[in-house]
Design a protein around this ligand. Structure first.
Ligand SMILES: C[S@@+](CC[C@H](N)C(=O)[O-])C[C@H]1O[C@@H](n2cnc3c(N)ncnc32)[C@H](O)[C@@H]1O
Length: 288
């Protein structure tokens, strides 16, 4: 790893600027909405302990909650009349504030109460263990957040242990066959952040738990990355490499390699003069 490069998460303002742009240039959230509308309703029909007075849901790394609110709407529609208690674990205060604004705007008519935990998943686990009390949950989700935890196996094992009878754990990650995995296999060892893309399924297999996997197509327009000095392109490159200000801090050979490899068919395709990065997602639904 080259010493002048810093992880993108070391500059939280830059991280969320890059993430916002990534959402604008990709079909990431549209792809998740498709899954939530088409596949989730059947899955959540069976959650809930018989006779329980409410459903407990936990979002880990929820960000500003756009996806969470859709999930909660589907769960409520499949369990009409049953109140939902939704707990959120999200370390970034700015994201929690945006999530609360969204709740104020969108949750009218839904019977949902919220608990906000402004902390990392590791702190949440530690706090529960110290208090010797852990609430059980009927539905837990970890959406595009496992890249940032200290230990993927420990995180999956802990949150899986919080599942209530009939509970489900949803993990959404970049696909094993997509552009992210290809890019990180090629250059990941030179980036300051360490991400193990295939790690999730390996962990679940070792845990011997049952899970279903769904794969949905998604892409990201990275054309601006190839326009020299383009601010948007630079933020997208930061997000792709998880490096803060990649173009200003990476060594020249790594920049050249990245720009070359991003155009490689393993990462992207050309369409109507645009370079579209393969952002396919996989959705892993884990049983208790
Ligand atoms: C890529 S964003 C995904 C946000 C949201 N789930 C979505 O898909 O739109 C990753 C989120 O994980 C949060 N995060 C990072 N490290 C975390 C940790 N150790 N525990 C919980 N959340 C974390 C970040 O603050 C950020 O909001």
């Amino acid at each position: 790893m080259e010493s002048s490069m810093k992880p993108l998460t070391s500059d939280i303002g830059l991280y969320f600027k890059s993430f916002k742009l990534f959402l604008e240039r990709s079909t990431e959230h549209q792809c998740m909405e498709k899954f939530i509308d088409e596949n989730l309703p059947d899955v959540v029909t069976s959650i809930g302990k018989k006779g329980a007075p409410c459903l407990n849901v936990l979002g880990v790394g929820s960000g500003s909650g756009e996806v969470d609110i859709k999930i909660l709407g589907i769960i409520q529609s499949k369990h009409p009349g049953l109140p939902i208690h939704n707990e959120v674990v999200e370390p970034n205060l700015h994201q929690i504030t945006k999530y609360k604004d969204l709740v104020a705007e969108k949750s009218q008519g839904l019977n949902i109460s919220f608990t906000w935990n402004q902390m990392r998943s590791e702190e949440y686990e530690k706090q529960n263990k110290e208090r010797k009390e852990s609430r059980k949950f009927d539905f837990i989700h970890m959406i595009q957040m496992l890249y940032y935890v200290e230990s993927v196996p420990d995180t999956i094992k802990y949150f899986h242990s919080l599942l209530e009878t009939n509970g489900k754990l949803l993990i959404i990650q970049s696909s094993d066959d997509g552009g992210w995995q290809a890019l990180w296999e090629k250059a990941g060892s030179r980036f300051p952040t360490k991400i193990d893309f295939p790690g999730v399924r390996k962990v679940l297999d070792e845990m011997r738990v049952k899970y279903q996997k769904y794969e949905l197509p998604s892409d990201m327009d990275i054309t601006e990355c190839f326009i020299e000095g383009n601010e948007n392109g630079e933020r997208l490159l930061d997000f792709l490499t998880e490096v803060a200000d990649f173009m200003k801090t990476a060594p020249p050979d790594l920049k050249a390699e990245m720009l070359r490899y991003l155009r490689h068919p393993e990462c992207s395709r050309e369409e109507n003069g645009k370079i579209m990065f393969n952002n396919d997602l996989h959705f892993i639904m884990v049983d208790k």
